[in-house]
Design a protein around this ligand. Structure first.
Ligand code: F6P
Length: 542
């Protein structure tokens, strides 16, 4: 493929974007009464409204041309057929298989591996629910401690919180991820080992944070219990590296498999989801999978202009590359989704934070955005000020649910109204005339001029709104799969490998070197700043 910024559709998008930038979103709505119908997709109880964006019919057509020019269809085919599209690691990328989205090329793999893995999870979940998985001295298991980091932590943690209303409230999930004694201590001091099981979740079983924490938990457990038999009943592994898990001491029957074709940040659908299954039950986990499967089909079959992940991907590219926006914000208006932005940070930034193209060239355009966000309405009372009146444009996704999982309808209506109110305010803004009218008789106020100017909002700020009828396991599966496919499409457009993460390796290596020097006098091969920091640590270390 020739460089992205030389493609004719890319150049046309740039020119057209400049051309329409003189027209505000408000004007676009005034001119076209059908704008919402044109620029929204409704799929049963799911709505994507993308009409509040700097687009018109021509822009959408140009993006379709771009997708043809980069051969998105061919790339999707390769993806679904299991071609090794993660070229730097020579791996297929098949996380969609975990939710049953197989085709004739991948069906065998599904039945050989995935189905078997699911059956194992199902039967374990059944035993757990029936109370057949007992702790020492026959105690009922109440605590599930997941030890893992990155994709082996963020997905299960996010889903367990998101689906609390569908869960067994007697089960307490804990997550130990950080190699920080504070993370671990706060968990261990709260639990009785006889009522707890530990899941060591690591695709590689080689991640230092996870292994250090796992070893400490193992020793802690041994100190609190009597026999090796006890350890076997309380420690489980989720990994693609069975050998290392066995060496650690986990019984082979207690190891749940994943495969090299599941990327860590795409792994919650696999055995990595074990803590989710134990918390919400296997049936609800299946609903999560079938929601994602529904979006897999949607992504595969719908035309570009009705295809939710594709539309979101194109809009993201529009702002990232043609409006020079550096960040993208995610605002779920549901308190149970408080970990969603952090989860999506790994999914998106570890996938598309790349500067080398698939043809081994340095890219000459901006790739993945900085992703951030928080739950509404909390964000409205902190950083929303900058989105409304700051000097930067921040494209936002607002995610809402028509019905709450809890009573107190009035609160939920206020929540929803806030979400919609924000998208209106961002677009509409507030003109000087409106401010003057609002201030009315305050014209003799001492700082009237200053106040007047401070209250003007330029508006014209873009946003997407995703609305579902309710936060259910099925809808959550759909929501996450939408973002996964959006990330895939953006990676295709930017011509980067969304499925490796070499950028994180250097930091790991240097941490190792620093660790060897911490508390020592050896300052060889280190820079002056690092050396100064090490001296300070040595001086104050107790
Ligand atoms: O270092 C980054 C990373 O490899 C992530 O991609 C991954 O989710 C995380 O570490 C944990 O890896 P593992 O599951 O192999 O312990």
């Amino acid at each position: 493929m020739s460089s992205l910024n030389k493609l004719s559709s890319w150049i046309d998008i740039g020119n057209h974007s400049k051309k329409i930038s003189g027209k505000s979103l408000n004007e676009m709505f005034k001119e076209d009464k059908d704008r919402f119908n044109k620029f929204s997709v409704q799929r049963e109880n799911l709505l994507l409204d993308f009409s509040k964006n700097h687009i018109d019919d021509k822009m959408m057509k140009l993006f379709s041309q771009l997708l043809d020019e980069i051969d998105l269809k061919g790339k999707m085919k390769d993806f679904y057929n299991g071609k090794k599209i993660n070229t730097s690691e020579n791996r297929s990328v098949l996380h969609f298989l975990l939710r049953g989205s197989y085709n004739s090329k991948t069906k065998e793999l599904y039945y050989r591996d995935v189905k078997k893995g699911l059956d194992k999870l199902k039967s374990f979940s059944k035993k757990f629910r029936n109370g057949d998985i007992k702790g020492n001295s026959g105690k009922k298991i109440k605590n599930i401690i997941n030890i893992g980091i990155g994709g082996s932590d963020l997905g299960p943690k996010m889903i367990c919180e998101a689906l609390k209303c569908y869960s067994n409230r007697d089960i307490q999930n804990y997550f130990i991820s950080n190699v920080d004694p504070s993370n671990l201590s706060e968990v261990l001091q709260n639990i009785d080992p006889n009522e707890s099981i530990f899941i060591i979740s690591s695709k590689s079983f080689g991640t230092i944070e996870t292994l250090k924490n796992a070893n400490i938990c193992k020793n802690w457990f041994h100190n609190h219990t009597k026999t090796n038999e006890d350890f076997k009943n309380h420690f489980f592994g989720v990994t693609a590296n069975t050998k290392r898990a066995k060496e650690f001491g986990i019984d082979e029957n207690n190891i749940f498999p994943i495969w090299d074709w599941v990327g860590g940040r795409y792994s919650l659908w696999s055995s990595v989801g074990l803590p989710i299954i134990l918390k919400i039950g296997f049936e609800n986990f299946e609903k999560l999978l079938s929601g994602a499967n529904e979006i897999d089909n949607h992504f595969k079959n719908e035309p570009y202009d009705k295809n939710i992940p594709i539309i979101l991907a194109c809009l993201g590219v529009l702002y990232n590359n043609f409006h020079n926006c550096e960040t993208h914000a995610i605002f779920p208006y549901d308190h149970y989704l408080k970990y969603l932005p952090v989860y999506l940070q790994q999914a998106d930034m570890e996938s598309n934070g790349k500067n080398t193209s698939k043809d081994s060239m340095e890219v000459k355009y901006s790739t993945g955005p900085i992703l951030w966000g928080d739950v509404g309405t909390n964000g409205q009372h902190s950083f929303f000020q900058l989105i409304h009146q700051g000097t930067k444009i921040i494209p936002c996704d607002f995610i809402g649910f028509v019905n709450s999982n809890n009573e107190k309808e009035e609160l939920h209506e206020i929540l929803l109204s806030n979400m919609i109110g924000q998208t209106m305010a961002l677009m509409k803004g507030k003109k000087m005339e409106e401010v003057e009218k609002e201030l009315g008789s305050k014209t003799n106020y001492l700082n009237y001029e200053i106040l007047k100017n401070s209250k003007v909002l330029k508006g014209n700020k873009p946003s997407n709104t995703l609305l579902f009828d309710k936060l259910t396991p099925y809808n959550l599966g759909r929501l996450i799969a939408i973002y996964e496919h959006k990330i895939f499409v953006q990676g295709c457009i930017w011509n980067i490998n969304s499925f490796d993460q070499w950028g994180v390796e250097l930091g790991k290596m240097l941490s190792d070197e620093v660790y060897k020097k911490i508390n020592k006098n050896d300052r060889s091969n280190i820079d002056n700043s690092t050396s100064g920091q090490l001296d300070f640590i040595k001086k104050f270390r107790q």
